[in-house]
Design a protein around this ligand. Structure first.
Ligand SMILES: *Cc1c(COP(=O)(O)O)cnc(C)c1O
Length: 402
C-alpha cells in the first residue's frame, strides 16, 4: 500500500512546517530547547515561564479535582467561566458579551484560532497576516485551503506601513488576522493602525480576528482591543488565553468573544476538534480572571522589569536591541556583532555564549526570509536571577566575538 499524504500533511508542507523528506520536522523551538539542555545553556528560546502562577488559581484547580470535576464540561465552557470571561471583558475593556451566546471556551488560543479560521474560510479566500507571525497561523490557513497575504512589520519599530496594509486588503480578503500585543516582536499597534484595520475591514467586508494572549503584559500604555473600536464589535472575533496571564501554558484554557452568529459557526468546528477540555482548570481560570486589579498591574510591572534586565544584557553584549512595548519577548539584530544569519548564530550561541534564542526566520514566509535574516528573539519570561545570569554570560560574549 502506498501511503499518500493527507490534507493536513500537504497543508503543513505548503506552510513550511515539514522537513524536505515529508517527515514532521522538529520545530526550531524544540531544536533550541534540546540544544540548550545539551550545552547547559539558559533557554531564552521557547516562551514559557519558569515560575508558577498565582496560588489562588493553582489551589482552585486542586480543589476542583478533589471535588470530582473530572468529566466532560459543557462544550461551550462551564457557565461560571463564561460569566467570568464576560466580567473580565467588561471590567478591563467596557465590552458587554452574553455568556450564553457570545463567548466560547477553547483548548487554548490555538484551538480558538484554528476553529475560527476553519469555520470562516473558503478555499481560495485570503487572510491578511502581519509578518512575522505566530507559527500556527500559517498551518491553520493552509489547512483551510486559504492564502496567507503577509504585511511586514519592519525592524526596529515593527509597525505596519499604512499603504502596504491598505493594498494588501482587497475584496478577496475574508479575514484580517491581528496579534496585538505581538509575538515575536513585543510591539503594540498604534491607535491609527487599529483604526485603519477597522476601516479596511468595513470597506471590503472582512472579519477581524484578534489574538490577544498578551493582553495583560503591556509595559506602559494599556492594551486596547480592536473590538472596542467604533464599528468593530459586529465583525470581530477576539481570542485570548489563560496560559500567558496566569503562567499556566500547559493547561490550554483559551476563549473567544464574538457576535453570536460567528460563535455558532466556530462552535460547529470546535465541537469536533476537541469538543471540550480541562474541566478542573475552568473554575481555576474563572478565579484567576476575577483576581483584583493589583494582580494584573503587578504582572505587567514584573514583566517590564524582566524585559529591561534582559535588554540591558543584550545591549552590553553588543546587539542592536528593539524596545518591546509588551509581551515576553525582545528582538535583537546580530549584525553589529558581525553575523547576518540568525539561524546559524542561534545554533552556535548555546555552546559559545551559554544562552539560547530563536531566529525570526521561524515566524516568516519564505519570500520574506531575507528581510528578517539577522534577527533573533529572546524570551524574558524567566526568574530575574536567571535573566541576570543570562545577561552576564552575554556580556562576556561581547569580549570574545571582537
Ligand atoms: C502562546 C501563544 C498562543 C497559544 O496560546 P495557547 O493558549 O497556549 O494555545 C497563541 N498566540 C500567540 C501569539 C502566542 O504567543
Amino acid at each position: 500500500m502506498t501511503l499518500v499524504p493527507g490534507p493536513w500533511q500537504r497543508a503543513a508542507a505548503g506552510a513550511r512546517l515539514l522537513g524536505g523528506n515529508g517527515e514532521v520536522a522538529p520545530t526550531i523551538f524544540a531544536e533550541m530547547t534540546a540544544l540548550a539542555a545539551r550545552t547547559d545553556a539558559i533557554n531564552l528560546g521557547q516562551g514559557f515561564p519558569d515560575e508558577d502562577g498565582p496560588a489562588e488559581v493553582l489551589d482552585a484547580a486542586r480543589r476542583a479535582i478533589a471535588e470530582g470535576l473530572n468529566q466532560y464540561p459543557p462544550g461551550r465552557g462551564t457557565p461560571d467561566l463564561l460569566r467570568a470571561i464576560a466580567e473580565h471583558q467588561q471590567r478591563f475593556y467596557g465590552l458587554a458579551w452574553d455568556p450564553g451566546t457570545e463567548i466560547l471556551v477553547t483548548a487554548g488560543a490555538t484551538e480558538a484560532l484554528t476553529a475560527t479560521l476553519l469555520a470562516l474560510l473558503e478555499p481560495g479566500d485570503e487572510v491578511v497576516v502581519f509578518e512575522p507571525f505566530y507559527d500556527s497561523y500559517a498551518a491553520a490557513i493552509a489547512l483551510a485551503g486559504a492564502r496567507l497575504v503577509p504585511v511586514r512589520l519592519r525592524w526596529p519599530a515593527f509597525q505596519p506601513d499604512a499603504d502596504e496594509l491598505a493594498s494588501a486588503v482587497t475584496d478577496r480578503t475574508r479575514v484580517i488576522l491581528i496579534n496585538d500585543p505581538h509575538n515575536p516582536t513585543g510591539a503594540m499597534f498604534s491607535q491609527d493602525t487599529r483604526e485603519l484595520v477597522v476601516r479596511l475591514a468595513e470597506r471590503h467586508d472582512a472579519i477581524i480576528v484578534t489574538d490577544e494572549v498578551y493582553e495583560h503584559l503591556a509595559f506602559g500604555a494599556e492594551h486596547s482591543p480592536v473590538a472596542a473600536m467604533p464599528g468593530a464589535r459586529g465583525r470581530t472575533v477576539s481570542i485570548s488565553s489563560a496560559g500567558k496571564t496566569f503562567r499556566t501554558t500547559g493547561w490550554k484554557i483559551g476563549w473567544l468573544t464574538a457576535p453570536s452568529a460567528l460563535v455558532t459557526a466556530i462552535l460547529t468546528v470546535k465541537q469536533y476538534l476537541t469538543y471540550a477540555n480541562g474541566s478542573p482548570f475552568q473554575p481555576a481560570i474563572a478565579a484567576g480572571l476575577r483576581l483584583p486589579d493589583a494582580f494584573f498591574t503587578g504582572l505587567a510591572e514584573d514583566m517590564r522589569a524582566k524585559a529591561e534586565t534582559l535588554g540591558r544584557g543584550l545591549e552590553a553584549a553588543g546587539f542592536a536591541v528593539s524596545r518591546p512595548a509588551a509581551t515576553y519577548f525582545t528582538v535583537v539584530d546580530t549584525r553589529p556583532l558581525g553575523f547576518d544569519d540568525a539561524a546559524s548564530f542561534c545554533r552556535a550561541l548555546p555552546a559559545r555564549g551559554g544562552v539560547a534564542g530563536v531566529p525570526l526566520g521561524a515566524f516568516v514566509t519564505e519570500e520574506h526570509d531575507g528581510e528578517f535574516r539577522s534577527l533573533v528573539r529572546f524570551a524574558a519570561c524567566k526568574r530575574i536571577d536567571v535573566l541576570r545570569e543570562a545577561a552576564d554570560r552575554l556580556a562576556q560574549l561581547a569580549g570574545s566575538t571582537r
